[in-house]
Design a protein around this ligand. Sequence first.
Ligand code: 13P
Length: 249
Amino acid sequence: MRRKLAAGNWKMNGTGAALAEITGLADMYPDPSVDILICPPATLLHRAAGAAQGSSVGIGGQDCHAASSGAHTGDLSADMLVDAGASAVILGHSERREDHDEGNEDVRAKARTAMDAGLTAIICVGESLAQREAANTLDIIGGQLSGSIPDQSTGQNLVVAYEPIWAIGTGKVPTLEQIGEVHDFIRARLERRFGEGVGRSVRLLYGGSVKPGNAADIFAVSNVDGALVGGASLKAQDFAGIIDALQGA
Ligand code: 13P
């Protein structure tokens, strides 16, 4: 009942030449059984949306401001992302939380604006290594969920991505049991807060060193509905290995 989602987060990577990866994906997957989303840097959004137009590949932003417009030099509003052709936006990525001091309240305010603009908010949560080693993982995730996710969330406008900070870009991946424990916990929290109908319809992605070689195992874990992929989403060929695994899951 939940359509699976393979989402690529290009972070601060890619100039015009990278658009060929998007057309490559579009050519490879004319009619996929899963959703495919690429979140390029903001400078490429408009051209990426053009390259993906009419294809199975969706385009998303990597952040937006909580306000709908105004004196915020360098920032982008949710409406601007929509105008550029985005259908989704990543919010509360740990790199934003760390580099830009974003707290749960900030993420929640951004998510509200994004949802009001018609975007799907991909809200990221995840613990640091120190928090995991102190056995605080579920407490941290629980606080991030209740603090970052707005009340207006539904299965259409919300996706939650579990990204343990220590697994991002490191090649380290939690055990399948650890991934399953957190995803089951997130599902239970969503059902408790939003009721079973909405709680069960929100897609939960795993992110952190997902590669073609480990994707199938991760996608077999309960309540994993896809992945949020960094490095391995930059090349269509690599990302295809992950999309294939998701289609086969
Ligand atoms: P990597 O896949 O490069 O570990 O990045 C994960 C991530 O942060 C996606 O948002």
